[in-house]
Design a protein around this ligand. Structure first.
Ligand code: K7E
Ligand code: CUA
Length: 662
């Protein structure tokens, strides 16, 4: 019955497609119908295909920058095709792009933790740089939850330029988030520890464990975090969770929620320990605290020198944060997770995992309550608590397990429902109320997704100017959606069409994400990215984004012996040879190897690898790179180009000869 109905619809769709291509040939209509029938595709499927299929040469309209979870990387994906465009090696070495195998090691080393090499990360929240609250396509920042680090990625070449370790705490979650003009990158602690993760007994939790938010100053000109102009604000040892920077109406504020206001310390499974497990212990209170931080005020307090150096880092004490009036709390419903600021900056949307509502706070009311000191009391650390009823604007019942919220251009908000496995579309009130036909603060519809959605992302959906159109559900579980790949399954990114008001939000594409477990991702209009296609000049050093005076040039290739145990090699690569092709050093030599890819053609990348010495590079057109090693193993080592760059690519090789010491 159902199949018949669908089949008759195929004719229509097929005709539509055929006309769309200017081809009214009945045979092609029949062909489409035949294939659709054979594959069991519905009209909705054909429409979804038409909305997402991207023929060769056609480019995507949007680009997703996705966190990679504990793969430690960032993934770049086109929308609506949902094709992976590339990965960006960040905290984890990545051999294909030559990240961490001879090149990038200094940057990865900046992220060493307590003097130890740490070669993975747990990336959660990418933040595109913003100008006036809108993505500007220049920089990308991302946090590593596992070791409290922030990375800076330059979107001219999509490469990681800096990794910075937080000196105060050992994991983070409320980062990376940026204010509307990217003056700072915010990073907040999650599982609290004593300063610097020093040792202290759990019985010290209340007195010695501390939360904090670090404001990393971003120097846009240098493209680096300026540690000397960065500082932190001490917070109570609640588990600070996700955050969002204010904008427009809330510019200058930073919102941050928290769990574990119970100050639970767990201990489940330990003999003689009577505490409930963390999962129960941190969920006992009916409300936790939204932290409201006036970061512009904090900046002034820091500039006035009102801070203490802790672990060699300036920290505004909790006491001063309170007395200077830069920190306030207000209750938020049980087990809050996402906090998201509306496009005009006038509302703050909080979702509690154990409460089926989203709670919306009015920024105007928050400001008024702060000014009038409308407090319901203070927490046990003396932080004033704004009266909930005087700052809450509305609550919308959206469904079970609400996590994160994004926004459209038409007054809609979209909230992910982890337990319901659905995306809820609901309406904002206030100024947004006129933008759609539905009543304010009302659930409009829900679309099932597969399964257990975490974050969601709408096109430019956290900027002052959201685009709508597409929304991606970043689902945690894929279960039965794909061919079985062993017990470890991909995550499932599902693309939803949200372009129409008042209709459903159909799922139009499933993308298996089998290379990491992403959390948040941001979606930027593709034409805002101004990526280079080749490096600007021959000899370009991506670590300084300038020509390096040491870069070898054609005719300057050479091998220089410096003193008894030091050799410097100046090499060029061009289709299809390296110059020089023979490199001879002595066992024990310290080798410094400079290499320039002198190509100017787009996509003329050469790889360069040396066995045994664990070297592999990716040299893009114009790129200069330098790597060093001690030639402690004697032998005969063919080096070769790993990128199939030309018909004579196999011939693009040479020999490193390490002569044994006497
Ligand atoms: Cu919800 Cu780390 Cu943003 Cu995962 S977090 S989903
Ligand atoms: Cu160069 Cu292969």
């Amino acid at each position: 019955m159902r199949l018949k109905a669908l089949q008759s619809k195929f004719l229509l769709t097929a005709a539509f497609i055929a006309i769309g291509t200017g081809n009214t040939n009945a045979q092609s209509i029949n062909e489409v119908q035949k294939i659709a029938n054979e594959r069991g595709l519905s009209t909705a499927d054909l429409l979804a295909a038409a909305k997402t299929y991207t023929p060769t040469g056609m480019k995507d309209e949007y680009v997703i920058f996705s966190s990679g979870g504990h793969s430690g990387q960032v993934f770049v994906i086109g929308v609506p095709s949902m094709r992976i465009l590339r990965t960006i090696g960040v905290f984890t070495p990545e051999s294909w792009q030559g990240w961490g195998y001879g090149v990038g090691n200094e940057i990865l080393d900046e992220g060493n933790v307590s003097g130890r090499e740490n070669r993975w990360g747990d990336t959660h929240h990418p933040a595109l740089s913003e100008t006036n609250g809108d993505y500007d396509g220049e920089w990308l920042f991302i946090n590593d939850k596992s070791n409290a680090r922030i990375a800076v990625i330059d979107l001219r070449d999509f490469e990681t330029k800096q990794i910075i370790k937080n000196p105060l705490f050992i994991n983070d979650h409320g980062g990376a988030f940026v204010p509307p003009n990217t003056e700072y990158i915010f990073e907040t602690a999650q599982y609290n520890v004593p300063w610097g993760a020093d040792h202290a007994p759990m019985s010290d939790y209340k007195d010695n464990f501390r939360g904090a938010v670090t404001m990393w100053k971003f120097d846009r000109k240098k493209g680096r975090i300026d540690k000397a102009k960065s500082f932190a604000i001490e917070l109570p040892p609640y588990w600070q969770d996700i955050a969002d920077a204010g904008k427009l109406a809330s510019d200058g504020y930073f919102f941050l929620n928290s769990i574990n206001t119970e100050l639970a310390t767990g201990g489940f499974g330990v003999e003689g320990e009577k505490n409930p497990p963390f999962e129960a212990g941190v969920s006992m209170n009916a409300t936790d605290y939204l932290h409201i931080i006036d970061w512009k005020k904090a900046e002034k307090v820091f500039e006035a020198g009102k801070y203490t150096m802790i672990k060699d880092f300036p920290v505004i004490s909790l006491k001063d944060a309170v007395s200077e009036g830069l920190l306030h709390l207000t209750p938020e419903p049980r087990s809050p997770h996402g906090v998201d600021v509306s496009p005009k900056g006038d509302f703050v949307v909080v979702s509690g995992k154990l409460d089926p509502h989203t709670t919306i706070y009015s920024v105007e009311k928050i400001k008024k309550a702060i000014a009038n000191k409308t407090f319901s009391g203070q927490d046990e650390y003396g932080v004033p608590v704004l009266d909930f009823d005087s700052v809450m604007e509305a609550q919308v019942e959206v469904g079970l397990g609400p996590l994160h919220t994004q926004f459209g251009p038409d007054g809609y908000a979209y909230t992910s429902l982890f337990l319901d496995s659905a995306v809820a579309r609901w309406t904002l009130g206030g100024d947004y109320g006129k933008l759609n036909p539905e009543p304010d603060w009302t659930l409009v519809q829900k679309t099932p997704v597969h399964y257990n959605i975490g974050h969601l992302g709408a096109a430019e959906g956290d900027t002052v100017d959201p685009d709508g159109k597409y929304l991606v559900a970043y689902n945690k579980w894929s279960v039965d959606r794909f061919v079985q790949t062993g017990p470890l399954m991909p995550q499932n990114f599902q693309l939803l069409d949200i372009s129409e008001q008042g209709t459903e939000m159909p799922v139009i594409y499933d993308m298996p994400m089998g290379i990491g477990e992403p959390h948040y991702a941001q979606i930027i209009k593709a034409d805002k990215l101004k990526s280079w296609s080749v490096y600007p000049e021959i000899g370009w050093d991506p670590t300084i984004q300038a020509v390096n005076p040491w870069a070898p040039r054609p005719k300057s290739e050479r091998i220089e012996r410096k003193g008894e145990h030091e050799v410097e090699i100046f090499m060029t690569s061009v289709r299809s040879h390296f110059t020089p092709e023979h490199v001879t050093v002595k066992q024990g030599d310290k080798v410094t190897w400079h290499i320039t890819n002198t190509e100017r053609a787009i996509d003329a990348t050469h790889g360069f690898s040396i066995p045994v010495y664990n070297i592999t590079l990716s040299l893009e057109a114009g790129e200069y790179a330098k790597f060093e090693f001690v030639a402690d193993t004697p032998g005969t080592f063919p080096f070769y180009c790993t990128e199939f760059c030309s018909a004579l690519h196999l011939e693009m090789m040479g020999y490193l000869m390490v002569e044994p010491a006497e």
